[in-house]
Design a protein around this ligand. Structure first.
Ligand code: KIV
Ligand code: ZN
Length: 516
């Protein structure tokens, strides 16, 4: 690139993992999990964290406040519909943030205005003016989103954004709410808005693309090329229906194809892999092996011809270096006699800075694992660490937590399936024995009976998360509360899949206690 000066433009990354992402079924997080994720998003270097929808529930409100103090270097946004109650709640939730933002939205497409809002175009325009001004009187940093912008009449959309800017909006957001648009259409829409929205030069142009036709990332990137200065996205692309545009894909495309996009972000790409793994661990939603950037196969080269090329020169088949994304080196092995210092060093080399009290806990579990496994790899250590980071801590939750002490099962093709489980809750130890259709069914029934909970198992999976015959199994359960219908995700790891399953079930129940 010698001698060529590129006209780089800065693209802000607006992360909505904790709002749009968390809204999707199966991805809900409790307060302590949101805090852990928010800290990681700050390390990742996102510019804005959309922390929730303050009016939606007292829990959302509390989470936004907690995220604001957990990630003080990021702008913290709360979503609000265009009404005073929503805006008041949003402001109350973000006002103590160092950099608060209110994000107001109103739909502008004919289909939304007619059938959802039951408002005329004139009413929509005047509501935008009134409510953006109302929000502006509280907060300097105002984002206005025209929901379903990509299916809105262009002239009307431009007028809506002009009104928002005149009333004080500093960012205007163009959502492809239903993931209907194509890259070319999105690019043309941005160009049109740049030309027809009054005051647009003083505002950030943001895009928010859903992935219903698999074009969320392509649409976002087309907008960057057309001059968008903010992209809204989620880690691992989680979100409503087919998800939102994926943060890691957008960021790495901008970085890898700097020559094409002439743009850059503030993201510390070395934190991408860790952010992705952490989120997957928290939500229990696995990452597809072929997922770009963060999938297990993203940097695996199976075909002989590829391997040969890679050995000769990695650039033959690799357009990104896995180190850039922070993919840890897997091969390194720890032994049964490795000390705490070695564990800390290894974790640090993988990018995990662990406080002393957590290291102690990881070390105890490392020793236990070392008794069960011949060798412990970096992936084993990572599984222990990630799992540790999502354990509900009583001081952050509202209820005391329950712990598995021990268990045993009797199972076979022609004998009754019986499970014995021993638990601790509130310093009381309890034991239960139950029959079931299988040993896990029996074990889960025993837990329900001892704790007096009415929970239904909605989904269950076990998979190996590390390599080898004695690999660590991760169990993920989704349980629903019969009383409220709410779904809770729990996960557990162990070389014993029954133990992993019971830990997962109990961690789901703990979350249910915390929420109730
Ligand atoms: O998809 C959408 O339109 C949204 C808005 C609230 C920004 O999430
Ligand atoms: Zn959305």
């Amino acid at each position: 690139m010698g001698g060529i000066v590129l006209a780089m433009h800065q693209v802000k990354i607006f992360d909505t993992t904790l709002r749009d992402g968390e809204q999707s079924p199966g991805c809900s997080m409790n307060l302590s999990e949101k805090i852990v994720m928010a800290r990681q998003l700050e390390k990742l270097g996102v510019d804005i964290i959309e922390a929730g929808f303050a009016i939606a529930s007292p829990m959302d409100f509390k989470s936004i406040q907690a995220i604001a103090s957990a990630a003080p270097n990021c702008t913290i946004a709360s979503l609000a519909r265009c009404n005073t109650k929503d805006i008041d709640a949003a402001w109350d939730a973000v006002k103590d943030a160092k950099k608060p933002r209110i994000h107001v939205f109103l739909a502008t497409s004919d289909v939304h205005m007619q059938f959802k809002l039951r408002m005329t175009r004139e009413q929509v325009l005047s509501t935008i003016t009134e409510m953006v001004a109302y929000a502006k009187a509280k907060c300097d940093d105002i984002e206005f989103s025209a929901e379903d912008a990509s299916r809105s009449d262009r002239e009307f959309l431009a007028q809506a954004f002009s009104n928002a800017i005149a009333a004080g909006a500093t960012t205007i957001n163009v959502p492809d709410t239903v993931g209907y648009s194509t890259p070319q259409e999105m690019s043309e829409l941005i160009a049109y808005l740049k030309e027809h929205v009054t005051g647009i030069d003083g505002a950030d142009i943001s895009v928010h693309c859903h992935n219903d036709l698999g074009m969320g990332v392509a649409n976002s990137l087309a907008c960057v090329k057309a001059g968008a200065t903010q992209v809204e996205c989620t880690v691992n692309g989680i979100g409503e229906r087919a998800g939102n545009a994926s943060l890691e894909e957008i960021v790495m495309a901008i970085r890898t194809r700097k020559d094409f996009y002439d743009a850059e972000t503030n993201i510390n790409t070395h934190e991408i892999y860790k952010s992705s793994r952490l989120l997957s661990n928290i939500t229990g939603v696995p990452i597809a092996p072929t997922k770009p950037i963060v999938g297990a196969n993203a940097f695996a080269h199976e075909a002989g011809i590829h391997q040969h090329g890679m050995i000769t020169n990695a650039q033959t088949y690799e357009i990104m270096n896995p180190d850039e994304i922070g993919v840890p080196h897997r091969a390194l092995v720890l032994g049964k006699h490795s000390g705490k210092h070695a564990i800390r060093e290894r974790l640090e080399s993988m990018g995990y800075e662990i406080p002393d009290e957590e290291l102690e806990d990881i070390f105890v579990r490392f020793k236990k694992l070392a008794d069960q496994k011949k060798t412990i790899t970096s992936s084993d250590l990572e599984a222990l660490t990630l799992h540790r980071s999502r354990i509900v801590r009583p001081e952050e939750g509202t209820a005391s937590t329950c712990q598995l002490i021990s268990h045993s099962i009797t199972s076979g093709s022609d004998i009754p399936k019986i499970s014995y489980v021993k638990l601790r809750k509130d310093n009381a130890v309890m034991e239960g024995v139950e029959y079931g259709a299988g040993p896990l069914d029996a074990a889960f029934k025993a837990v329900n009976k001892m704790l007096g909970v009415d929970a239904r198992l909605e989904d269950f999976s076990v998979r190996a998360v590390t390599e080898g015959e004695d690999s660590i199994g991760e169990a993920v359960v989704k349980i629903s509360s019969v009383a409220t219908g709410e779904i809770y995700t729990g996960s557990g790891i162990s070389t014993d899949i029954v133990e992993a399953s019971l830990q997962a079930y109990i961690s789901g129940i703990n979350k249910m206690f915390e929420a109730e």
